[in-house]
Design a protein around this ligand. Structure first.
Ligand SMILES: [Zn+2]
Length: 305
């Protein structure tokens, strides 16, 4: 039991502990101090390691791990992104054309593949995929419309025309464990697979605290009034650049006023139902895989700690 201060409320509650999940390992020393040193990076490239991507998606080897190659056979240093240092070794992300006829080298949808990748590989793939996505979406300057160029070893884009610089952005998203009297509220969007339900979620807005965003999203999507909102943990979700912020709050009632522009359905699931969801035995509903923080949030509620 803990005392938690949230705005004007002081509430006594148990704390939920989230299991580790995908993208939470810090796989590498990001070595920001080297990004602006092309001579040092060029020296690292000579003996470095290249993580192969195709169209921004990671390539996997026959063992299902990231396809790694010596940088010497991996194309041009100028086109590589510096991911960081693994010990003294430089690790780079490179775009490689898909090798026709070799199914082992087919680019993988990281969302589907991450659950089967070793933790460190998944995290490295997330960094690389996020960088490729950043460059793909920021080809032109948001200020003057000029073509931008890659800078700072892949961690920035610069506009030669007006001097504007842009960096990979991260968008915070609150994802909500809304609890009432030993049940939680899960919803589904219309485009999801049949039966799929998950925690409600939404983007944090400018100049908004994450606690306020959690209260606002619960009210907007389901008419649920939250109190005692606390932060549980986070997960990078590089599709393209979200940071999922797991929040736990207590609903004042089980009344649901569904916002059908956001959700197709939302209903309360008891702790016993949540155990069945986590085990994949629920008769009519399913939740996202273990690689998603929604799963570990529901699992934490299901076991009660
Ligand atoms: Zn510009």
């Amino acid at each position: 039991m803990s005392l938690v201060f949230d705005g004007k409320c002081v509430v006594k509650r148990r704390m939920l502990t989230l299991d580790p999940t995908a993208f939470q390992v810090e796989p590498i020393d990001r070595a920001d101090h080297l990004r602006g040193q092309p001579d040092a990076l060029c020296a690292l490239w000579e003996e470095g390691e290249a993580i192969a991507f195709s169209r921004g998606r990671p390539l996997l080897d026959e063992q299902g791990c990231l396809l790694r190659q010596p940088t010497a056979i991996s194309g041009a240093f100028e086109a590589a992104f510096f991911l960081g240092l693994d010990g003294a070794r430089g690790v780079f992300a490179v775009e490689m054309s898909q090798q026709a006829g070799d199914p082992g080298d087919a680019p993988r949808d990281l969302r589907m593949a991450v659950g089967r990748l070793p933790d460190r590989d998944g995290a490295l793939a997330g960094v690389g995929a996020a960088l490729f996505g950043f460059h793909h979406r920021h080809r032109y300057c948001g200020r003057c419309g000029g073509a931008m160029v890659t800078a700072h070893a892949g961690w920035r884009r610069d506009c030669p025309s007006c001097g504007h610089q842009t960096h990979p952005r991260v968008d915070p998203v609150v994802i909500l464990l809304i609890e009432h009297d030993n049940a939680i509220l899960l919803g589904r969007q219309a485009g999801w697979p049949p039966g799929m339900v998950s925690c409600l979620a939404g983007f944090v807005e400018p100049a908004e605290t994450i606690e306020a965003a959690a209260r606002r999203e619960a009210m907007e999507e389901a008419g649920a009034e939250l109190s005692g909102v606390i932060y549980l943990g986070c997960q990078p979700w590089p599709f393209p650049g979200q940071l999922m912020l797991a929040m736990h709050g207590k609903a004042k009632s089980r009344t649901v006023r569904l916002n059908t522009a956001e959700l197709e359905d939302a209903r309360w699931f008891t702790q016993e139902e949540c155990r069945a969801l986590v085990q994949g035995h629920h008769p009519s509903a399913a939740i996202p895989p273990r690689s998603a923080i929604a799963h570990v949030m529901i699992a934490a509620f299901a076991r009660g700690n």
